[in-house]
Design a protein around this ligand. Structure first.
Ligand code: 5RP
Ligand code: FE2
Length: 216
């Protein structure tokens, strides 16, 4: 079974967002990955809900929304209204993660928890059956185009073991520095979904690159 691919719009040319989204629409991509940053949780600001409303109108792919913001629980309704299919909240940004996950699901979205590179997988032991997906950051969040952190491979293997041991149906998504080489290693370790920004949008043929990543 091939993995799912979620191109990250952060690496797109924002001057021609419609064309960039249409490229993804015409591809074998499964989801469109949307990075929201607040300049507090991460040292960068991307875009917010008005831009997401526009993306929602244009995208034919379900939106995989990665919130790099403090206290994401405050914005569950806004994220839902902006068209999210799945809402990813950072473990490090949630004081009451269990409650937040329940609220996301009650709102009708899939719920995912995201781990920074320094956050160990074992901290998910008591929530792994409640989440639809775990997003492993394979770079420090905040910027596209960074180098893949090799330790993420072992981390994905440990997460896969935890999921099997706990009888969880959570998917494993990996985000940051994914290309054909790092993507292959991470899929072999157990990843189900690959986020790819620069390797897709800076490729000479983004649609072809998505197909190649999907075949890993
Ligand atoms: O969450 C992110 C950054 O914080 C992005 O999704 C990620 O960096 C994707 O970009 P690239 O594939 O170019 O590394
Ligand atoms: Fe992301």
């Amino acid at each position: 079974m091939s993995c799912k691919i979620a191109p990250s719009l952060l690496a797109a040319n924002f001057g021609c967002l419609r064309e960039e989204i249409n490229r993804v629409n015409d591809s074998e991509a499964d989801w469109l990955h949307i990075d929201v940053m607040d300049g507090v949780f991460v040292p960068n600001i991307s875009f917010g809900f008005p831009v997401m409303e526009y993306i929602k109108e244009l995208s034919k792919k379900p939106l995989d929304v990665h919130l790099m913001i403090t206290d994401p629980a405050k914005f569950i309704n806004e994220v839902k209204d902006s068209g999210a299919y799945i809402m990813n909240v950072h473990y490090e940004a949630c004081l009451h993660l269990h409650r937040t996950i329940q609220q996301i699901k009650e709102c009708g979205m899939k719920a995912a928890v995201t781990l920074n590179p320094h956050t160990p997988v074992i901290l998910l032991e008591d929530i792994i059956r409640d989440v639809d997906m775990v997003l492993i950051m394979s770079v420090n969040p905040g910027f596209g185009g960074q180098k893949f952190i090799e330790n993420s491979i072992e981390k994905v293997s440990r997460l896969k073991e935890l999921i099997l041991r706990k009888n969880s149906s959570a998917l494993i998504e990996v985000d940051g520095g994914i290309n054909l080489e790092t993507g292959k290693k991470i899929v072999d370790a157990g990843a189900d979904v690959l986020v790819a920004g620069n390797s897709v949008f800076r490729a000479s043929d983004p649609v072809e690159m998505i197909s190649k990543l999907k075949m890993l």
